[in-house]
Design a protein around this ligand. Sequence first.
Ligand code: TTJ
Length: 639
Amino acid sequence: MSTERTETNYGADNIQVLEGLEAVRKRPGMYIGSTSERGLHHLVYEIVDNSIDEALAGYCKNIFVDINEDNSITVVDDGRGIPVGINHKVGKPAVEVVFTILHAGGKFGGGGYKVSGGLHGVGASVVNALSTKLYVEVFNGENRYEQTYKRGVPEAPLEKKEATEKTGTRVTFWPDPEIFETTVFDFDVLEKRMREQAFLNKGLRIVLTDKRTKDTEEGERVSDFCYEGGIKSFVEYINADKDALHPEVIYFEGKKENYEAEIAFQYTTAYSETLISFANNIHTTEGGTHETGFKTAITRVINDYGKKFNILKDKDKPLTGEDVREGLTAIISVKLVEAQFEGQTKTKLGNSEMRSFVDGLVTKSFEAILEENPAIAKLILEKTMAASRAREAARKARELSRKGAAGGSLPTKLKDCRDKQMKNTEIYIVEGDSAGGSANQGRDSKFQAILSLWGKMLNVEKARVDKVFGNDKLNPVILALGTGIGDEFDISKLRYERVIIMADADVDGAHIRTLLLTFFFRYMRPLIDAGHIFIAQPPLYKVSKGKKEQYAYTDEELKNLLAEFGQDSKIQRYKGLGEMNPEQLWETTMDPERRIMLQVKLEDAIEADKTFTLLMGDSVEPRREFIEKNAKYVQNLDI
Ligand code: TTJ
């Protein structure tokens, strides 16, 4: 095999050499979080992050990500190409070092905003170690170079190939099925991440292509993202189906030597808040100093403005943080050298200098915007003051409901279970008294509680928190679960391990499910995050022939059963839970040994927010479009 190694001097020395690769294969979870589907997708982010770094350094404009037919991934960028010159500490080409030595990569680029520690930025070597095969090509404007690795080990030295004027890097990798529980990529998951990264890096184009559907009717799926507006476009995307209070997204940015911040926000008529923050392009789900700086600044600016122009009177209570964030959609994106990530999932920004920097930036810029746009200022003040009044009314309603319930006693409609601890107990929330009756007789009362709901279910998307407390359907739910809601929510007070929504498998049932899920999403979101919310799946049919009988939960299952039992079996179709007797309800839907339940997961809070806005909000036309587009998935619409 002929190889020729080229010497270039840029950057090749600076790679930090830290550790070998065996450790990665032995304990993959330590490096990529897990070996589940999530860990698998993390491999793609690790590779794409390198191209994004090159874009941040100002040298890359386009990134192409392909899901290939065999579920391998190809990432191509038009940057400078990973250096091919010898790294003198290691005595090997820099590109080989990047792919074989842990924690290499990054450091030698021009940009200063590198991620230190945490799940991200562990480097391309981790991806290499966890792939059966990885193939890299570098185009440095003079030649093409290539190298192949098997489970992280080079097959041969880097090879110099034909001349080329192109520059860039191209990597294809095949995730190792010995490591990952699944090696099948989910387009939607990658799409969400690529869209987000395109928003966060304005002007950068990221194209995601699914080649697996090439030969199907649908053809290749392609998502082509490029946002000149950056996070301003992000806010517009989230608010697409909401009613904005002011037409333009408010945007500002600020830079200092070692850090910068970009902030975009817009008020809507909604009652919920959507605040998403990032540090060095990493979603800081646990918040941190940048979020705190933003929150305290807008609270102070709005209160000061209100007082200054006598909109807020002396007798009025000051607006709280919750008040000033009602209906607000905000994106905060900061970049800084040596970001410190803290918290349970290492997604909380700890650098304290960010708090004062963001606070100062927001105070100065937002003050100016309010002063220059009194009409917008007035709308924002009115909105936040209405939120304040509702919060005050909610406080009173809450006290009343507490007193009414004689100090924390339970709702009258609750048939509680005998076990009083949270562990391994469950509550079925059932619509309608007849289904509630069957569930009550069919249950195992040791660990299963039943709450049947009646009366008008409130659409929380269109109501404020004070109405939630007064609502005769939701108030029993709040009391039974024990956690409180909103800013008072306390998961340690949860009275049941599983909260199971049981409604008919028809349109009305779907509506009730969606209303309840909207409520959990807006007022008890940590319950969803922690996996406590479930949806019961009652059967659609019973098929019997002679003494044999079996239940079918889908039309597909019905078809299979008919094939098995013979087409002459009479079939019973269940229209509602009430049609089943208690015993049937137990054996099909409530018996932990036999039932099928769906766990409600929240992979994507932004999409969920958009979906709930669409389904439960005011705009009729987008809702109709959504329902038509998703007609074939209607049963799963709300999950
Ligand atoms: C670093 O500084 C010198 C010039 O090249 C810079 C660099 O490494 N750029 C770069 C790396 N662009 N793209 C990459 C890259 C792309 C992929 C798909 C995978 C990896 C590991 C790196």
